[in-house]
Design a protein around this ligand. Structure first.
Ligand code: IMP
Ligand code: MG
Length: 175
């Protein structure tokens, strides 16, 4: 019955991630004090990171989600992005913090930022847990970055391989 599955090697432990998320939350709390804040999680990969990050931010905020899916194979993003779930509320005049799991080519975020600007937010900032700069195709300005990692496919803490491994409590490598 039990499927034999590969157990990913640890790249970033749950403890290391938690400490960094606390630091990011403290910084965001300082920077965005007094501003009407909307935190937007990019589904599906950011949901674990977002759950921890918002609890490390000591400010009033609303939370919303945007579902994005890029066409392509399970390990390569094609740059063609499709909105699978739109925001629940308008972001006009609000300070938006977009929460991403990882910036890889940058194509998803570039598309997302363009689409958000048309909704007239007061400002847009980006918090991403991970960045793989070696794979960047378009420059995107990440305001709050957890970790820079080498060009390896990672899973866990919200990130998937073919839909699985999102519930792994650490960031692991499979290759
Ligand atoms: P980008 O458009 O190439 O920047 O990639 C954006 C999306 O691709 C991320 O939000 C992830 O969902 C996915 N992705 C990129 N690299 C990885 C990885 O190493 N593991 C799992 N998902 C990844
Ligand atoms: Mg994803």
């Amino acid at each position: 019955m039990t499927e034999l599955k590969q157990v990913p090697d640890v790249m970033l432990s749950a403890e290391v991630i938690q400490k960094r998320v606390e630091e990011m939350g403290a910084q965001i709390t300082q920077d965005l004090k007094g501003k009407p804040l909307t935190v937007i999680g990019v589904l599906r990969g950011s949901f674990v990171f977002m759950a921890d990050l918002v609890r490390a931010i000591d400010l009033p905020m609303t939370c919303d989600f945007l579902g994005l899916s890029s066409y392509g194979s399970s390990t390569k993003s094609s740059g063609v992005v499709r909105i699978t779930k739109d925001l629940g509320d308008p972001v006009e005049d609000r300070h938006v913090l977009v929460v991403e799991d990882i910036v890889d080519t940058g194509l998803t975020l570039a598309y997302l930022l363009e689409s958000l600007e048309t909704r007239k937010p007061a400002s847009v900032q980006i918090a991403s847990l991970l960045s793989k700069p070696a794979r960047r195709q378009v420059e995107v300005d990440v305001d709050y970055l957890g970790f820079t990692i080498e060009d390896r496919f990672v899973v866990g803490y919200g990130l998937d391989y073919a839909g699985e491994y999102r519930n792994l409590p650490y960031i692991g490598t499979m290759d």
